[in-house]
Design a protein around this ligand. Structure first.
Ligand code: ASP
Length: 324
């Protein structure tokens, strides 16, 4: 099924490029394989399409930064203009893969497939999962069926939407999953099957243009738990352009938190630490805050950073949370 299509693979590091003691799954160095070594471990991808590889960075994904996101979005936006390029694959650590995927879902201006993948086990472990994930990601990026679906994540035979994908385990092979919303489709022996489409606005239809942005606004997340010190809120407010609260239940917190939040002058988004469900406007304890809808704290932080490139007006930001 070799085609004349070109797939660009952008590497960023992570466990998929991890090297450690032969056979073990922990105690390895993420991002140790070069881009060429990573690709040469999966020779089958050359049967799918012409492959061009570029190393964006080589880091543990906890060291991914706004600067790297801007580089990735800029690279994809300029390379997607090449008519020979059919799609993109990004290899990435799983820890923050969902944040990078959602950032790109809001900022790439192409309907060509952009597919992130990674692995839970390093390349040197028994039954490493990176090779199959990379193969299936390339098959998805080369498939016309994956066009126009927004940024995708391929992991363990499944195709997930960037908006809903989540990592929900420290070690399970299917830790990168669709959360409450499941999968858009599957990959079997290189063939792509799609069963659902995302309905939220993405890629070419968003208002976010990061081509002239060098530094993204600063957003920090404050996690509420019993007896959390509200001074954390004051500290975060002094070091941020916006704050996300990971509240308990439907975005709730103590009276001590409420008293401080009511007086914070920068945008404050309320999300939930539960890992599921939605925050509606009626759930908001403080009138000056913004409901995160169904966004996890970490995805709400991505959207708030992008929203703040446009406005810091509360109602306009709230509208973005219901739209994207
Ligand atoms: N710590 C690694 C990373 O996110 C974990 C992984 O890739 O699975 O880079």
């Amino acid at each position: 099924m070799k085609t004349d299509k070109k797939i660009v693979i952008l590497t960023t590091g992570g466990t998929i490029a991890g090297v450690g003691e032969e056979g073990r799954t922990v105690g390895y160095a993420p991002g140790a394989l070069s881009a060429e070594e990573l690709i040469s471990a999966v020779p089958q991808i050359k049967n799918i399409a012409k492959i061009e590889v570029r190393e964006i960075c080589s880091v543990n994904s906890d060291d991914i930064s706004g600067k790297i996101w801007l580089k990735l979005a800029g690279t994809i936006n300029s390379m997607s203009e090449d008519k020979d390029t059919a799609g993109f694959v990004i290899t990435h650590g799983t820890d923050t893969l969902e944040e990078t995927a959602y950032f790109l879902n809001m900022t790439v201006k192409t309907d060509k497939p952009v597919v992130l993948t990674g692995s839970m086990r390093p390349s040197t472990s028994v039954s490493a999962d990176g090779s199959m994930n990379l193969y299936q990601a390339v098959c998805t990026a080369a498939s016309d069926r994956a066009k126009g679906l927004g940024v995708l994540v391929v992991f363990g035979d499944n195709i997930f939407s960037a908006r809903t994908v989540v990592k929900n385990s420290t070690y399970r092979l299917n830790a990168v999953c669709g959360g409450e919303y499941g999968t858009l489709g599957v990959v079997r022996d290189g063939e792509v099957f799609i069963y659902q489409k995302p309905v939220k606005v993405h890629t070419v239809d968003t208002e976010f243009d990061v081509s002239d942005i060098d530094v993204l606004p600063r957003v920090n997340i404050v996690y509420f738990a019993v007896d959390s010190d509200p001074a954390l809120l004051e500290f975060a407010a002094g070091h941020s352009d916006g704050i996300v609260i990971a509240g308990a239940g439907a975005g709730e917190f103590s009276m001590d938190f409420k008293n401080i939040i009511e007086n914070i002058k920068i945008p404050v988004v309320i999300s939930s630490r539960t890992g599921g469900g939605i925050i509606v406007k009626d759930n908001l304890i403080c009138k000056n805050t913004i409901a995160a809808d169904d966004m996890s704290p970490q995805k709400a932080a991505v959207l708030l950073r992008l929203g703040l490139t446009k406005t810091n007006e509360k109602n306009a930001l709230q509208a973005m949370f219901f739209k994207y």
